[in-house]
Design a protein around this ligand. Structure first.
Ligand code: AMP
Length: 194
């Protein structure tokens, strides 16, 4: 599904805050950040220096790109904020943060993650389902990480609690390179519509 109506110039990345995630996830986070910087596509993220989040942000910064982080004050106070990025916005509530994370993005890329990442993914999927936005949602399915969740979506559909066609809400990519190639295709299409 490549439904984007305008160029992707910034991407919100949702991903794990864990430093103990498998190495291949870190490798893909690095490649994604590097590729965003090369394309001059800004990164928007949750503002932490930890886990895959920190790795993605570092890779964009090292590549000379732009990174905007949005962190709630209580997490900043736990000293997980990343101060080495282009802009760090400290907000009062998780809800305020989510509004900015979703509002500032032209597209979403979801790397593997835990409860926080799942929450963020389910929110943007639900909002797309309800017609609140029409931005691309790219699931980075490193090592088949999202397969079981997608299987569960199938169960929900089989039980007729979501209508067929929900698969069009997201794109599945198995690597950062594939996700970046998809972003390039969307942007080329926007630059010269058929
Ligand atoms: P999780 O997948 O549970 O590690 O949560 C990661 C997601 O939740 C990220 O995309 C962040 O937006 C948010 N988040 C969770 N923990 C942190 C943290 N320590 N610092 C900043 N953001 C976090």
């Amino acid at each position: 599904m490549e439904e984007k109506q305008y160029m992707i110039s910034s991407v919100t990345v949702y991903c794990s805050s864990s430093g103990q995630a498998p190495q291949p996830y870190f490798d893909e986070a690095t490649l994604l950040g590097k590729g965003l910087a090369e394309r001059n596509i800004g990164l928007v993220f949750g503002g932490g220096h930890v886990g895959l989040m920190g790795r993605t942000a570092d890779a964009v910064m090292q590549g000379g790109g732009t990174v905007k982080g949005i962190i709630p004050r209580f997490l900043e106070e736990r000293e997980v904020a990343h101060y080495g990025i282009s802009e760090l916005h400290v907000v009062e509530t998780m809800h305020e943060r989510k509004m900015l994370l979703t509002g500032w993005a032209d597209a979403f890329v979801i790397l593997p993650g835990g409860f926080g990442t799942l929450d963020e993914l389910m929110e943007i999927l639900t909002w797309k389902h309800l017609g609140h936005h029409d931005k691309p949602i790219i699931l980075l399915n490193v090592g088949g990480f999202w397969d079981q969740l997608l299987g569960f979506f199938g169960r929900i559909a089989a039980d007729r609690m979501v209508k067929p066609g929900y698969e069009a809400y997201y794109d599945l990519c198995s690597s950062a390179d594939e996700a970046l190639a998809l972003i390039d295709r969307i942007n080329r299409r926007q630059a010269s519509p058929a």
